[in-house]
Design a protein around this ligand. Structure first.
Ligand code: ADP
Ligand code: MG
Length: 286
C-alpha cells in the first residue's frame, strides 16, 4: 500500500467519524468477510431504563442494586443508579466490590453479601432464579437478578433502545456481502428478540468474554478475516483477537485501547463508511 493512498483514505474516514488507531487496519478492513457485533452498547444505545421490579421488598432491592452499580461502569448500571436517584434513595457504601465481566457485580452492602447480574451467573453460584418468574412471554429486554446472602431477593427489568441507525446499517452491510454475527453476554431471549427485529441471521447468547474471542477465532479458522465491533470491557478479548477490532467511542476506555479503530461518534453508520473507505483505498492502490 502506498502511504499516500492510505493517508487519503484515513483522512476522509476521520471526517466521517472513524479514527484509525493502528497502521494496517484500513488495509485489513477491505478483506473482512465476517463482522461480529456485540449487542449491549453496540447495537443498542447502552442507555437502558428501568422497568418493573419484582421482589418482596422492591424499595430495598433497588437500594442494594444502586449501591453496587454506583461503582460499576456497565451500561446497565446507569439505569439502576438513575432510577434510585429519582426515588430519592441514598446510595450506601460498598465494600469488597467486584465486577465480573459478562456476569455481574458483587460486594458487601449494609453488611450483607450482595450479587447482581445474569440468571446464568446466579445459577453458577447455586442460586435459584425462578422465584419471581411469571409467564410474560412478551417482555423484551434484560432481567437482572439480585441475591442477598446467597438467596434470590428479586429481579429488575431493564430495557435498552436499539440505536436508531442499527437496522439500516445491518441491511447495508448485508447488501455489501458481509456475513453478520451478533455475540452477546445477555440472555437467549433478549438476544433472539433483537436478532429477529434486525433480521440478523446468526447470534450467540450468554457468551462470556473469553468465549467471544473464541467464536472470533473459530470464524477465522473458517478462512475469513473477521472484524469485531464492541464497547465493553467484556469485548476486549474479542477486539484483540479479531483481524480488525472496532470500538464504539461511547464505550469503555479498555475497548478503545484494544481496538484498531474507533467509531468516534458512536454512530454505527461509520462502520459502513469505514469499510467503503477501506475498499476504495485498496482498489486505488491496486
Ligand atoms: P453484552 O455482551 O450484550 O455487552 P455483557 O457481557 O456486558 O453484555 O453482560 C452480560 C450480562 O451480564 C448482562 O445482560 C447482565 O445480565 C449481566 N451483567 C454484567 N454486568 C452487569 C452489571 N454491572 N450489573 C448487572 N448485570 C450485569
Ligand atoms: Mg457491550
Amino acid at each position: 500500500a502506498t502511504p499516500a493512498a492510505v493517508m487519503v483514505g484515513t483522512g476522509r474516514a476521520a471526517e466521517l467519524g472513524v479514527l484509525f488507531r493502528k497502521g494496517l487496519a484500513l488495509e485489513t478492513l477491505a478483506q473482512v468477510h465476517t463482522i461480529c457485533l456485540d449487542k449491549t452498547g453496540t447495537l443498542t444505545m447502552g442507555k437502558p431504563v428501568l422497568g418493573e421490579i419484582r421482589a418482596d421488598n422492591p424499595q430495598q432491592l433497588l437500594e442494594l442494586a444502586a449501591a453496587l452499580e454506583s461503582v460499576s461502569e456497565h451500561p446497565l448500571a446507569q439505569a439502576i443508579v438513575n432510577a434510585a436517584k429519582k426515588k430519592g434513595i441514598e446510595v450506601s457504601p460498598v465494600r469488597q466490590f467486584q465486577a465480573i465481566p459478562g456476569r455481574g457485580v458483587a460486594g458487601v452492602v449494609q453488611d450483607q453479601q450482595v450479587l447482581l447480574g445474569s440468571a446464568a451467573w446466579m445459577q453458577e453460584q447455586g442460586i435459584a432464579t425462578d422465584k419471581f418468574d411469571r409467564a410474560d412471554a412478551q417482555f423484551v429486554g434484560t432481567w437482572v437478578y439480585l441475591a442477598v446472602g446467597g438467596l434470590l431477593s428479586g429481579k429488575i427489568a431493564i430495557q435498552d433502545q436499539l440505536r436508531p441507525e442499527a437496522a439500516a446499517v445491518i441491511r447495508q452491510l448485508t447488501r455489501m456481502g458481509l456475513q453478520l454475527v451478533m455475540i452477546t453476554g445477555d440472555s437467549k431471549a433478549a438476544a433472539r428478540q433483537l436478532a429477529e427485529s434486525l433480521q440478523l441471521p446468526t447470534f450467540h447468547a450468554e457468551v462470556l468474554p473469553q468465549d467471544k474471542a473464541n467464536i472470533v477465532k473459530q470464524l477465522q479458522g473458517q478462512g475469513s478475516k473477521v472484524a469485531f465491533v464492541g464497547d465493553g470491557i467484556n469485548d476486549a478479548p474479542a477486539l484483540a483477537q479479531a483481524d480488525v477490532g472496532l470500538a464504539m467511542a461511547t464505550g469503555t476506555d479498555i475497548a478503545m485501547e484494544t481496538a484498531d479503530l474507533t467509531l468516534t461518534h458512536g454512530d454505527l453508520a461509520a462502520l459502513v463508511t469505514a469499510i467503503q473507505a477501506s475498499r476504495k483505498t485498496m482498489a486505488t492502490i491496486r
